[in-house]
Write a protein that binds this ligand. Structure first.
Ligand code: SF4
Length: 424
């Protein structure tokens, strides 16, 4: 069963929940739509009819404030309901970062260490398999595996890692390796991405995170990563993955040296790729966490300390509007924004709260403070608090289990998580 076929018949108290969330946020504090200008109104009417927004439209919406911004969020909430119903989703997953050793020197990253550093880590493939086995025992349907570009690993490490996990936990979905890691494996193994990805898929790779996208603009990438993985290379690897049947997520990292025009162009590019390949499962906005990064600390006058809360809300809402009909799953990252703000995002365009994670070290290394794990029970409670039906999903957005609002009060406790895996 696919989530898009879910109806809203079981959802209750949506409006009450929306009002509750409305009172909490600066954007949501403006009640009136009377101040919405004709150009903004025209764009919102266009998107409600399902018509495509262009880059200029998106820039107009990113510039909105007050009542106009509220109208953008309300419109995104309506489009979310139209596209995916009154459903909020999450996935039970474990993040496994197999090494933090990396020499790429991305300036927004505080995760990377050098070999020999006291806190350098490098797991063997069997240690990764141990973690996957533990995750499966705790009800995870997925492991998300990523790591630094360690100088000692080559294409074989990526192959062996998939083999080890699949041998130990054959049914778990392996969501692994950013486009940067695939680029690295290809470089080390002198392989074309299609060849390498076909091999990895045959070994058990289920999907890839579309991370390392940052902002798909050359000038911005030069400041973030010295343009080591170019926009063209990111797109090339993503398209290669889709062409061999490996779906990916899509992401943006915003709130540093970027501007709304970069966000709008980025969304348009992702939409173009999706029209061509259909291989994106979701879009995940990732706000820049600045605290411990060289990018911010070396240039505090020029680099912003992450997005404002208003920008978080507008990013999710405008992504919903720009991508509607193409990428209909918009994820709100509790790791970046905290569970409370991520939950409120569910009434401003997002429909997914992402993974429970169990371990998360990349954002934590950059100074994020939102913990390492949200339990499935809390995911369900948060989604229901937003007035939506909670659904545990698979990586590919198939329904694993639905929790209707009427089933609250522990009628369907999550004590049998393992037994219910795979039940639609
Ligand atoms: S973001 Fe990834 S590739 Fe860049 S330095 Fe950090 S670990 Fe390495």
């Amino acid at each position: 069963m696919n989530l898009s076929s879910l109806t809203s018949t079981k959802a209750t108290s949506s409006n009450a929940a929306a009002e509750k969330f409305s009172s909490l946020d600066t954007l949501h504090s403006t009640q009136s739509n009377e101040l919405v200008s004709a150009p903004v109104q025209a764009i919102l009417e266009k998107t409600l009819l399902g018509e495509e927004l262009n880059v200029e439209d998106a820039c107009v919406l990113f510039a909105t404030q007050g009542a106009e911004a509220q109208a953008v969020l309300d419109t995104a909430d309506k489009v979310r309901e139209k596209r995916v119903g009154d459903t909020g989703t999450f996935v039970i997953t474990r993040n496994i970062n197999f090494t933090n050793v990396c020499y790429m020197g991305c300036r927004f990253c505080n995760f990377a260490k050098e070999k020999g550093d006291a806190d350098a880590e490098f797991l063997t493939v069997e240690q990764v398999a141990d973690k996957a086995e533990e995750a499966w025992a705790r009800g995870a349907t997925e492991v998300c595996i990523q790591g630094g570009l360690h100088p000692d690993i080559g294409a074989d490490y990526y192959r062996e890692l998939i083999i080890a996990v699949k041998k130990r936990v054959p049914e778990i979905h392996i969501h692994a390796f950013s486009p940067f890691e695939i680029w690295y494996g290809c470089k080390k193994g002198r392989l074309e991405p299609e060849v390498f990805l076909t091999e990895l898929k045959a070994l058990g790779l289920g999907s890839m995170p579309g991370t390392a996208a940052e902002i798909l603009d050359t000038e911005v990438r030069k400041q973030l990563t010295k343009n080591k993985l170019t926009t063209e290379e990111w797109v090339r690897i993503i398209k290669a993955a889709h062409s061999v049947g490996v779906p990916t997520t899509s992401t943006i990292m915003y709130g540093h040296v970027d501007q709304p025009i970069h966000w709008a162009n980025h969304l348009a590019l992702l939409r173009d790729i999706q029209k061509e390949t259909g291989g994106f499962t979701e879009f995940v906005p990732l706000g820049f966490i600045h605290y411990e990064t060289r990018l911010y600390n070396d240039n505090p006058d020029k680099v912003r300390p992450g997005p404002t809360q208003d920008e978080h809300f507008k990013m999710h809402a405008i992504a919903r509007l720009m991508l509607q009909g193409h990428i209909d799953n918009i994820q709100a990252s509790w790791v970046k924004m905290g569970p409370e703000v991520a939950t409120r995002m569910l009434r401003s365009g997002a429909n997914d709260l992402g993974g429970t994670l169990m371990n998360e070290s990349i954002s934590r290394a950059a100074g994020a403070t939102h913990g390492q794990e949200v339990f499935p029970e809390d995911m369900v409670a948060n989604i229901q608090a937003a007035g939506l039906n909670a659904v545990q999903r698979s990586t590919k957005y198939e329904v694993v289990r639905t929790y209707f609002v009427e089933e609250n009060n522990a009628k369907t406790p999550l004590t049998d998580r393992i037994a219910i895996r795979g039940v639609a």
